[in-house]
Structures are given as C-alpha cells and as structure tokens.
Design a protein around this ligand. Structure first.
Ligand SMILES: [Zn+2]
Length: 419
C-alpha cells in the first residue's frame, strides 16, 4: 500500500494529487501510444492526421449527446486524444481501465463510437483511402488523396484548389478562414468564445466573462467589417488589423489570439500533431526506463513531485525544470485536469502551466538552477536516477556520485526536453 503519510510532507491536505495507480495507468497508456508510432514518416503523418479527425468526431459526439459525467465514453485509442486531454479540455481518462487490465477495452464506449460515427474503433494505420474535407468557403464535401492532404497539412507553402469553388486551400488560408468565420459567428452571438482569450496567463484561471470582454475590446465594428468583407485570407493582413487595437487591449492578448489560430486549420488552439511529436520524446523515456514501474520508486516520485510544487510556489521567478520521475507525476496530474486545477490553485495559488516548447539550451540552464534551489531547500540530490534501469541509490546517495552526475547529463535533462 502507498505510504500516504509520505505524500503529506509538503502539503497537509493531499486530496487530489496523483497516486501510484494513476501513474501505472498512465505508463500503460503511454506504452500503448508508443506501439502506435508508424516507422514510415509519411504513414505516421497520415495516421496522426486521421487520428486528429477522429478526435474532432469524438468531441462532436460529446457535444451532441450530452453524456452524464459518469457515463462519458472513453475515446478510441489515438495519440491525439491524449494530447488534448493534457491540455485540460476534458478530464475524462478513465484510468481504472488502464489500471485494471492495461488495455483499452470498454464495450459500451466502442458501441457508442461505432454506432454514432460509423468509424472503426481501431484506426487502421494502413488505411490509404482519401481524406474527406469540407471546403470552408463553398461547404462542398471534397475527396482528397491522402498524399495531397498530408502534404497540404505539413508544408506551409503547399496548396490545393477546391474543385467546386476554386478557393485556395493552404494552411495559411484555411487557418485565416477559420479565424474570420469565428469572429463572424462571435459578431452574431457575443457569447461565443474566441481562441486565445479565455485563459488568464498570470494564474491559469479561465473566465468566460473576461473572454467576452476581451473580444469586445479587440473586435471592434471596424475590424469586423474590414476582416469579414474582404477576401484576404492572409495572416499579415489580419495581424496588421488586430495590432490597430493595441490602445484597447494588451499586445499579449493579440499575440495569443493569433497563435491560437494562425497555422491551425482544425478547430483547436494548438497544433495537435506537433504536440504529439513533442510528447513522444517523453514517451521514449518512459519506454526506456523500466525502473519507473517500481512501486517504491513511484511513491518516492510523488513525494518529490510535491516537493517540486512546493519549490515552484517559493521560486515563482525561476523557470523550474523537472526530473524525469517528477515529470511523470506532473503529466499524470494534468491528465486529471479538475484535480490538477483545484490542487495547484489551492496549494500554489495559481494553476501551473506546463510549457513543452522551451528550447533545449534554456532547459539545460534552468535544470541546473532547479537542482541548486532543490539542494539548498532539501539538502539532497535533485537528479536521483541514472540513465538506465535502476535508481543509483535514491535518497541514500549523498555523494553526488558519478552516476548522479551522469544522470544529470544523460537522463534527467534529456528527459526534460519536452518540458
Ligand atoms: Zn469550395
């Protein structure tokens, strides 16, 4: 049994933090994802793009069916679902499924999915059929060969013309069109939310009220008029127009709105396929480091994660970089988004963002700074586990031995490329 007391070292009340069962479930899921990676790059891109489409279908299913929280079906097993879950849209991973049988078997979910979407539960990586897309201009349903679709979605200067209305489809025009359609819809119904306006960057809280207020300041009648009544689907033009509003709103809001749309043709505020690629660096570590499966290691990791959160609370001016074991707890915690939000809000005072786009150099520098802050506060080594199978002595290793030095270089820092 996990030693609950050890979790309480840093925070008296540890309700809503992760436990070894959650870690185990998450590890099982990540290893399944690893198995879904296609060795051929083109096939892998095709697979992820299909996964992304299926994810939209799943979200539509949730929206239209209004499931009770207890009976929400689990999504089909595609890596993209997971990324979106990580980003706190839904907290629906039923980890019990992974905890109990390490599998992805849930007949009720499968039945609902196949009945409602007419899609197979398991996505066939060899599916070479055309992609079916709806032209956002003329609304025609278009078939596109998968090779063309993959190229269109992966190459910034690739383009195809709609065979019906001849509008040019490219990442640029499609994402600009999505943005302009969204602000047109907002103009008709002011309760609609615009990407990039919802989250408060300072404390991670979200406020629909604030989002609406920001949209009202940013999208003045003049801007709406200029953007919706001209046929320019170009981000240079949109950015120019939005920047005219700097007197009304902070430049940061404008940048956030632009980054939530620019280059993203699908209805998400991040590029999910890129996010999957970043996540895979973390998954790689999981697959390599089997020692993380050991219960005593996991319990220790949870304690260390709590210590890490405590350090975040104290050192709000430093960008702290987690070790691999702490990072596993952190990722797992975020999967349980409502736990994560309420726990970090209550104990840290804000909802901690997890930025996985930082450059390697920054991570290396900040990892050193984190290790120093950790040593100073806890008087124990920060990086505990070497690159390989076994912990190098865990907390008993006080010598900062060769293994510890080695693991800082080889294991932890490298593991944190994704953070
Ligand atoms: Zn068209």
């Amino acid at each position: 049994m996990p030693d609950k007391l050890s979790y309480k070292i840093q925070f008296g009340d540890t309700y809503g933090v992760v436990n070894p069962a959650m870690l185990h479930a998450h590890l099982t899921l990540l290893r399944k994802f690893k198995m879904l990676e296609q060795s051929d790059k083109c096939f892998d891109a095709r697979y992820l793009l299909r996964a992304q489409e299926r994810y939209v279908l799943w979200l539509d299913l949730l929206r239209t069916q209004n499931f009770d929280q207890e009976v929400v079906p689990i999504p089909p097993l595609v890596p993209v679902n997971f990324i979106e879950l990580l980003n706190n849209f839904y907290s629906l991973i039923k980890y019990e499924i992974w905890e109990s049988n390490g599998s992805h078997i849930d007949p009720a979910s499968e039945r609902i999915w196949t009945e409602k979407t007419k899609q197979p539960w398991v996505l066939n990586p060899n599916d070479s059929s055309d992609f079916k897309i709806t032209c956002p201009w003329c609304k025609s349903n278009i078939h596109m060969q998968w090779e063309k679709y993959v190229k269109l979605m992966q190459t910034s200067d690739a383009n195809e013309n709609c065979p019906i209305c001849y509008a040019q489809h490219s990442i640029e025009t499609l994402s600009a069109k999505r943005f302009i359609d969204d602000i047109s819809a907002w103009n008709k119904d002011k309760s609609k939310l615009i990407g990039g306006t919802l989250i408060d960057r300072k404390d991670g809280s979200y406020s629909e009220e604030l989002s609406i207020r920001r949209s009202q300041l940013l999208f003045t009648a003049n801007i709406i008029d200029v953007l919706t009544n001209c046929d320019r689907y170009e981000w240079v033009h949109i950015t120019e127009q939005l920047n005219l509003q700097i007197k009304n709103v902070k430049e940061e809001i404008i940048q956030r709105v632009i980054s939530a749309y620019s280059g993203i043709p699908l209805p998400f505020s991040i590029d999910l396929v890129s996010a999957v690629h970043r996540q895979r660096r973390f998954t790689e570590k999981i697959v390599k480091n089997k020692w993380i499966d050991r219960l005593e290691v996991q319990e220790n990791s949870i304690t260390r994660y709590l210590k890490f959160l405590s350090l975040i609370k104290e050192k709000s001016n430093i960008f702290l970089v987690p070790t691999f074991d702490i990072d596993l707890c952190w990722h797992t915690h975020q999967l349980h988004a409502s736990f994560y939000r309420s726990f970090t809000k209550k104990h840290i005072g804000r909802i901690i963002n997890h930025d996985d786009t930082s450059p390697k150099e920054l991570l290396l520098i900040n990892f050193e700074a984190t290790a120093q802050a950790w040593n100073k506060k806890y008087h124990e080594p920060y990086a505990l586990y070497p690159h390989g199978e076994e912990p190098c002595g865990g907390e008993s290793c006080q010598e900062n031995c060769q293994n510890c030095q080695q693991c800082r270089q080889d294991c932890d820092v490298e593991a944190c490329y994704c953070d």
